[in-house]
Design a protein around this ligand. Structure first.
Ligand SMILES: [Zn+2]
Length: 129
């Protein structure tokens, strides 16, 4: 049995001989004895794809499908919305307090200028409601 890393490496490096269609790992010539075509210039279309890239993609897909932050964080195992934002390539705004008589926005100590502008926009929207 091979490790998942070995299996991943084999999967992402696998090439298909253009002459005979044999799937194989990179080599100087085709592994099919009857073919033997030079394949050293071939590169897998998945070359360079990291397992972690799939995680980013899955999180982005979840975010784009309107899954809630808490659902995404539960599935991805993220502990913060900041980490979700970095890995998911999405804009996360909040946390937001709702149900109060007046609009309240809380900027964390690590808030960026963009975070503060987003909160200001939401505050302006709330004032007009
Ligand atoms: Zn071949």
């Amino acid at each position: 049995m091979t490790s998942w890393r070995t299996a991943w490496r084999n999967l992402t490096r696998q090439i298909t001989c253009p002459a005979c269609g044999t799937k194989q790992q990179p080599a100087k010539s085709c592994a099919n004895e009857k073919c033997g075509v030079a394949i050293e210039e071939l590169k897998s279309p998945l070359s360079g794809l990291r397992f972690h890239d799939l995680r980013h993609h899955a999180i982005t897909e979840l975010a784009e499908s309107q899954a809630s932050d808490s659902t995404i964080m539960a599935i991805a195992g993220h502990v913060s919305t900041k980490m979700l934002q970095q890995l998911g390539g999405v804009t996360v705004v909040g946390p937001l307090l709702t149900g109060l008589d007046k609009p309240v926005q809380i900027a964390s100590m690590s808030a960026t200028a963009t975070d503060i502008v987003n909160l200001a926009v939401i505050a302006a929207y709330d004032i007009n409601r």
